[in-house]
Design a protein around this ligand. Sequence first.
Ligand code: FAD
Length: 383
Amino acid sequence: MQKLFDPTFETEAQTQIRELARKFSKDKIQPIVEHDEETGTFRREIIAGLGELGLTGIPVKEEYGGAGLGYQEYIAAVEELAAVSCSYAISVAVSGLPQVILQNYGTEEQKKKYIPKLASGEWVGAFGLSEPSSGSDAASLRTTATKQGDHYILNGTKLWITQADTADVLIVMARTGGEGSKGVSSFIVERGTPGYKMGKKEKKMAAHIDHTMEIVFENAMIPAVNLVSKEGDGMKIALSALDSGRITIAATALGLARASIEVAVHHANIREQFGKPILDFQGVGFMLADMLTQYQAAKLMVQKAAYLKDNAQPFGLAAAQAKLFATDMAMQVTTDAVQVLGGSGYTQEFPVERYMREAKMLQIVEGTNQIQRLVISRAVRER
Ligand SMILES: Cc1cc2nc3c(=O)[nH]c(=O)nc-3n(C[C@H](O)[C@H](O)[C@H](O)COP(=O)(O)OP(=O)(O)OC[C@H]3O[C@@H](n4cnc5c(N)ncnc54)[C@H](O)[C@@H]3O)c2cc1C
C-alpha cells in the first residue's frame, strides 16, 4: 500500500531528526501523556531528555550549544512531538522563542549566558507579551520599565504566559517610552528576580501539561544589561519572534492532524455497520480523503515557510499563511476524526477528543487566525 505519510521532499537531516523525535515521543512521552494531561504534570526530565538528543535547540548555532540546523529540521521534530503530545511540542516551541530572540538581537554576553542552557534543555524559557488589556493589539501593552541607575524597574501584569511557572528565563516586553510600538522594549527576566511573581494559573480547555500563567511585576529590578538590543526595539523583536514561532505552531497542527487521521483511518477500516467496514460508505471514505488531502496541502505550506526562513528569504507572509491554513486544517481534521469514530470519538477511550481540544488552541496562540488574515491582507496592498 502506498504510504500515507511518507516524508515527502525531506532532506536526510530532516528525516534523521524526525526519527529521533518520533522514537523519543513514543518511548518516553506516550506512556505518560494521558495521565499527565489529566493531572497537569509538567516533567522537566522530558525537556532534559529532548535536550540530550539536541531537540531543544535545533535552529541554534553550534557555538551557542544548538544543533546548528534549520527550521526544516525543527518542524519535523515539532510535528513528531505534537503527534504524541501537543503540550511538549508547544513547550519546546515556546522555549525556542528566547533562543531565537537572543541569537538575532542579543549581545555576545547575553548569547553566551542564556542560549546554551536553553538549547541543552537544562533551562526552560518563556515569552511574555500578552496582557489583560492587550492581546491582538499587543503594541498597546501597559507594563512599564523605568530606568533607575543601572537597573530597570518593571511594573505590570502579563497574561497567558506559557510555562512561566517553570521557566528559568523569559523575554518580557515592557514600555520604556510613549504610546505605540515605538515605546516598547524587550528584557531578559530571570526566575527569582525580586518583585517578579506568579499570579493565577489558567484553567484551560486542553494542553494541561503546559501551565498558562498570569505573571505580576511589582517593582521588579532588572539589570540594565538585560535590555535586549536597544530601547524601542521591543515590538520589532517580538513580532520577528512570532513570525518564526508561527512556523512551529503550524508544525504542531500537522502533528495533531496526522495523529487524528491515523486513528480515524484505522477505525474506519475495522468498525463495521450494516455488515461492512464504515470506510466502505462514501460519506466516511470521502471525509478521510479530504482530511488526508488537507493535511498534505498544509504540510507543503509549512515546508515552504521553513525553507524560505532557512534560506534567508522573506518568510513572514508564508509563515502567516502556513499558520492560518495548518491550524484551521487541524481544527477541521480533528473534529472530523471525532465524527468518524462516532460515540467512541467523544470519549476519552480514544485520543481524538483531546486532539480536537488541543487544535482549538492553535487557532488562537501566536496571533489569532483573524490576525493572520490581517497580516496576509496587508501583503496585497498596493499603497
Ligand atoms: C493556551 C494559550 C497560551 C498562550 N501563551 C502565550 C505566551 O506564552 N505568551 C504570550 O505573550 N501570550 C500567550 N498567549 C496569548 C495569545 O497570544 C492571545 O490570547 C492572542 O494573541 C489573542 O489575544 P486575546 O486573547 O487578548 O484576544 P483578543 O485580542 O481580545 O481577541 C478576541 C477576538 O477578537 C478578534 N480580533 C481582535 N482584533 C482583531 C482585528 N483587528 N481584526 C479581526 N479580529 C480581531 C480575535 O481574532 C479574537 O477572535 C496564549 C494564549 C493561550 C490561549
